[in-house]
Design a protein around this ligand. Structure first.
Ligand code: SIN
Length: 187
């Protein structure tokens, strides 16, 4: 079984795998449109995490990493991920295209949050999303850590920039710098 990750699974798999390949899915875009009350936020102050949005345009790509799971680990890894992604994500089957053209495309599973789930945040102006990410914390850590680690990982994996992700990365860094300036003035 292959599992494709495009969010925290890229930089924090936390499950046993026998192989990891970087590459992409086609016909989707990555967006911070899913609310997180269980990992990167709390009820009343949810964070925002990524999901995949289908565009139907094969030129759209989402880069990430696919993990090969051995037959013996398949059930336990599915269980771990079903629990981890329980707040609104469902598992879907798709096709993964490795960065290394010598490797074959292959069927894989990925966890995707659809717009009818109870934690759907949807689209919003990027500066609002950035403010929300800059302020949110949850049981798995800060929302900004989720964003920064994902942006750093995707910079290494993807041959083309992910504009939504990298713009948010910069906007949140700007908010933090402004907050620091403000706090230093108060001292
Ligand atoms: C993923 O990483 O593939 C799913 C979304 C997340 O857990 O961040």
């Amino acid at each position: 079984m292959w599992i494709f990750g495009y969010g925290s699974i890229v930089w924090k798999p936390d499950f046993r795998f026998i192989n990891r390949i970087e590459g992409h899915l086609k016909g989707v875009i990555r967006r911070f449109w899913q609310l997180s009350e269980d990992h990167r936020g709390v009820p009343g102050q949810p964070g925002r995490v990524v999901t995949l949005i289908s565009t139907g345009n094969q030129a759209d790509c989402v880069y990430g990493a696919a993990y090969e799971i051995s037959n013996e680990d398949e059930a336990s890894v599915r269980h771990v991920l079903d629990v981890r992604e329980k707040d609104g994500y469902t598992i879907v089957e798709t096709v993964f295209y490795p960065n290394n053209s010598a490797e074959q495309e292959r069927a894989c599973y990925t966890y995707m949050a659809q717009s009818n789930n109870p934690f759907w945040g949807g689209d919003a102006p990027l500066d609002q999303i950035a403010q929300q990410i800059a302020r949110a914390h949850g049981p798995s850590g800060s929302n900004r850590e989720y964003l920064f680690k994902l942006a750093d990982a995707i910079r290494v994996i993807a041959p083309v920039p992910d504009e939504h992700l990298f713009t948010l990365d910069q906007l949140v860094k700007d908010i933090i710098a402004k907050d620091e300036q403000f706090n230093n003035k108060k001292l």
